[in-house]
Design a protein around this ligand. Structure first.
Ligand SMILES: *Cc1c(COP(=O)(O)O)cnc(C)c1O
Length: 841
């Protein structure tokens, strides 16, 4: 039988219009008062609807709807929340106003906005979601672009034997806070992307994230043949060709979707390499409609593109065999008038047989960053080959450390902060007065708020475990009824994250007897909560889940070590709010950032973490605990043991002693002091507001300004830039540093305060001296940093130019000095990083 499925939406009375409209804005999922409004309608239904107002409204019986429609109290609360939103959305901000007419397009493969919209897998998606929420809070004109996956990411089921099974559940789009994007005439927007010359139709869903819009592309359109309909079925499809097609849809279709939504972005931010093909779409548009040359288009794109890398392992970066890319893209690339070889060279890293999406993105981005200080360093090393003429320390990849949105705050903690922080502080990047405000919170109140969050978490976990057990007909664990599982009085350590080898989920099993003794200590026991999905293809990750469950079972510790299935953002929020200690044990340096620890820290939960990712930037000895990484120990098992030893030691003494102080006193004073320190340091340094402020000031605004400048007067500046580039490239082979005189010749010992003076002569064509710069480069070994001081062009004749200058040596230590010739124009140095000629002094 052939059924035609249509979506039938309920009709609501006019008086509830605002309620419906608010439900379709994700703001209502994180604003405390909006949440109360929906919860008040029907507490149980709200919970069953995953705290999703749209689903709740759809589940309401008609009588309840008419009741609400004439409930004066309810309507006035609805109006109050409505006005609250209007006030929120109308609020100006200095950061937002600085953009003028400019808009930022933000591209990401996944978005974790709410558990009800499962188009995310993990940290990358959650970060993208927080980025949009933060942009809304700060009034930054930003539009998100992503894909709508009909099956989302898999649901995890854990069986009694500890094995994981994946279930793919089709999203019920009808119940999600998404509407179809409409064009000017009110009809649904339809976009077409050609893949191997075949048209693929795309529909576009719109999510309202406060005042920010997110466009989600969906190929599940009737007119598409089944293989195209399937493109956006599953997040991170393991089939390479499907993945490539997803990325073509995201890149090509995403830019078109923005146009359909009336957006002409000034800046494009690529969150990871998946969206890199948007560069190709921009090349196409700029050389087509706007009639720029390829070089001009590249110059403009580079000036206005921001790229964020998240993956500290080379192999984890998105890449395809060159033949596969050619088979998909040859027509597109040739239509541009570019050879396929040249196109492939933009994505090459060590050789031309593999096309790396991040390499392609980096070569077209003026602004590139990693997501923590440490990850910035790792990224400079990892992408060093893209800049063969540069030293690692000057590879143009900086860092902007991730942050988290305040919607991760637990209810009691939020109430407390609302009472004590300066008003509006959670929605701003301003950190003045935070330290004092946190300090003034009475210990008792902070401890009480934490205990309430912990109680909420435990109740939620019991309920969740109970449900999944009864669904499968399992008996209570170890004779403990699930409604008694987990003791609120016991120190609770949580490990919740993707189960993958480098995160080392079974780290604590290094010495099982010792762990058992810690968990069952008579006076200072510890309980552990684990959660996390293993990728369907990761048998190692799945094995680790089983190992933990087996350990608990075979030692009768099922009430001390609990594994909770199906880690998602809802479970994550309970865990980061209710844990006492947040454990993170990555193998350094593979944790790029690690945002769950920030969420925990924001709730006053104390981090116990390897000094990797964000933690070295936050840890100060008073706000949690650090595990030093035994990076010099080569043998993996030995290394794990050395690091685990530190954790056992801390759990056996310091951590449990501090925590159980409250057995004697009502409040564990020293613990609470650490909680405050954790709160303060995360609020000051690791909120998404702070992160966004940095993106705005360092990347977005300069890129928007530069794009405007280049486009002025019909693109005169671009034309001049490209003309200069041609000149420099034409002359490059013949220009060279000829003769150098310095006052340090033959000296290898110098003293601080001495000045190094350099005179040099370069030979070149004609009087092109002003096209080039000579830099005195100095590298400081101990700090691994550099400075490059331009010498002054002192004289030039036809065929010769003289440069002169110097530096004063300041701090002592080993320094490397050298001279180098580069293009004088800074933009050219970005566009052509290969144009460097070194000269040994
Ligand atoms: C925050 C979060 C993550 C990322 O946390 P890490 O610390 O990077 O492991 C992953 N999944 C969910 C559901 C989250 O909420």
């Amino acid at each position: 039988m052939q059924l035609t499925n249509v979506l039938v939406y309920p009709r609501y009375p006019e008086s509830l219009e605002r309620l419906i409209s608010l439900a379709y804005n994700l703001w209502s999922m994180w604003d405390g008062e909006a949440r109360s409004l929906y919860r008040r309608i029907d507490e149980n239904l709200y919970r069953e609807a995953n705290n999703n107002p749209v689903q709740l409204l759809h589940a309401l019986p008609e009588e309840r709807i008419s009741e609400l429609a004439s409930d004066r109290d309810f309507l006035s609360e609805m109006d109050r929340v409505w006005r609250r939103y209007q006030e929120y959305a109308g609020k100006g901000s200095e950061l937002g106003d600085a953009f003028g007419e400019s808009t930022v397009a933000y591209f990401s493969m996944e978005y974790g906005l709410h558990a009800s919209i499962p188009v995310y897998a993990g940290g990358l998606g959650i970060l993208s979601g927080d980025h949009l929420k933060g942009a809304s809070d700060l009034g930054i004109p930003l539009v998100g672009v992503g894909l709508y996956y009909r099956n989302g990411y898999f649901r995890q089921h854990i069986f009694a034997d500890g094995s994981q099974r994946e279930e793919y559940v089709s999203n019920r789009i009808y119940d999600l806070a998404l509407t179809e994007l409409k064009d000017g005439q009110g009809g649904p927007v339809s976009i077409t992307v050609n893949i191997r010359k075949q048209p693929v139709r795309i529909r576009v869903w719109l999510a309202r994230v406060g005042r920010v819009r997110l466009l989600l592309l969906d190929t599940g359109v009737h007119d598409n043949p089944p293989e195209y309909r399937a493109i956006t079925e599953n997040l991170y499809d393991a089939r390479r060709e499907v993945r490539l097609m997803q990325e073509l849809v995201l890149g090509f279709g995403g830019v078109q979707a923005l146009h359909a939504a009336g957006v002409r972005p000034s800046v494009f931010h690529l969150n990871e390499g998946h969206s890199s093909f948007l560069i190709l779409q921009r090349l196409k548009e700029l050389t087509g409609e706007e009639k720029l040359s390829l070089d001009e288009a590249r110059a403009l794109i580079t000036a206005t593109t921001v790229f964020t890398t998240h993956t500290p392992v080379e192999a984890g970066n998105e890449n395809y065999p060159a033949e596969m890319v050619t088979s998909f893209l040859a027509p597109e690339v040739e239509a541009l008038g570019m050879s396929m070889d040249r196109f492939l060279s933009f994505g090459s890293l060590h050789n031309s047989s593999t096309f790396w999406l991040p390499a392609f993105a980096i070569r077209f981005s003026r602004h590139v960053n990693g997501v923590s200080r440490l990850h910035g360093e790792v990224s400079r090393r990892m992408w060093k080959d893209l800049f063969p003429q540069r030293m690692t320390c000057e590879v143009p990849i900086t860092h902007i450390t991730n942050g988290v949105h305040h919607s991760w705050l637990g209810g009691p903690m939020r109430e407390l902060l609302d009472r004590h922080l300066p008003p509006g502080r959670l929605n701003s990047a301003d950190t003045a007065g935070l330290a004092e405000a946190v300090d003034r919170i009475p210990d008792e109140q902070l401890w009480e708020a934490h205990c309430r969050c912990k109680q909420d978490m435990i109740e939620y976990l019991r309920d969740r475990i109970e449900k999944s057990f009864s669904r499968r007909g399992y008996a209570p664990v170890n004779g403990v009824r699930t409604d008694r599982l987990l003791d609120p009085e016991v120190l609770t350590v949580v490990f919740a994250r993707r189960f993958t080898a480098y995160k080392r989920p079974t780290f604590l099993l290094a010495d099982r007897d010792r762990l058992k003794a810690i968990l069952t200590h008579a006076r200072r026991p510890v309980q552990l909560v684990f959660a996390g999905k293993a990728h369907p293809a990761d048998s190692l990750g799945k094995g680790m889940i089983k190992e933990l469950i087996d350990f608990a079972r075979s030692n009768g510790l099922e009430d001390r070590l609990v594994f909770v299935e199906n880690y998602d953002s809802l479970l994550a929020s309970y865990l980061v709010q209710g844990a006492d200690v947040w454990l993170n044990t990555p193998l350094k340096p593979f944790e790029a950032s690690g945002t769950s620890g920030m969420k925990a820290g924001l709730n006053g939960v104390l981090n116990l973490s390897v000094l990797d990712g964000w933690w070295p930037e936050c840890y100060n000895g008073r706000n949690g605990w650090a595990i030093n990484s035994a990076m010099t120990v080569e043998n993996r098992e030995a290394r794990d043991a050395v690091e685990a030893e530190q954790v056992y030691g801390l759990l056996e003494s310091e951590i449990t002693e501090l925590y159980y102080e409250h057995r004697e006193e009502a409040v564990p004073r020293r613990w609470v002091r650490m909680m405050k320190e954790s709160l303060r340091t995360v609020l000051e340094g690791f909120t998404i507001n702070r992160t966004l402020e940095r993106y705005v000031r360092r990347f977005y605004l300069p890129a928007a300004r530069e794009g405007r400048r280049l486009r002025e007067e019909g693109g005169r500046e671009i034309k001049e830039l490209v003309y200069r580039a041609e000149q420099v490239r034409k002359l490059w082979d013949s220009v060279r540093i000829d003769r150098v005189r310095t006052n340090i010749k033959d000296r290898d010992i110098l003293f601080a305060g001495e000045e190094v003076q350099v005179d040099c002569e370069i030979s070149l064509d004609g009087d092109s001296g002003s096209l080039f710069a000579v830099e005195l480069f100095s590298y400081r070994h101990e700090e691994d940093n550099f400075s490059s001081i331009p010498l002054e062009l002192s004289e030039q004749q036809s065929g010769r130019a003289w440069f002169r200058g110097g530096i004063t040596l300041r701090a002592p230590g080993m320094q490397g000095l050298s001279l180098r010739l580069v293009p004088a124009d800074e933009q050219l140095r970005t566009l052509h990083p290969e144009l460097v000629k070194w000269f040994t002094l």
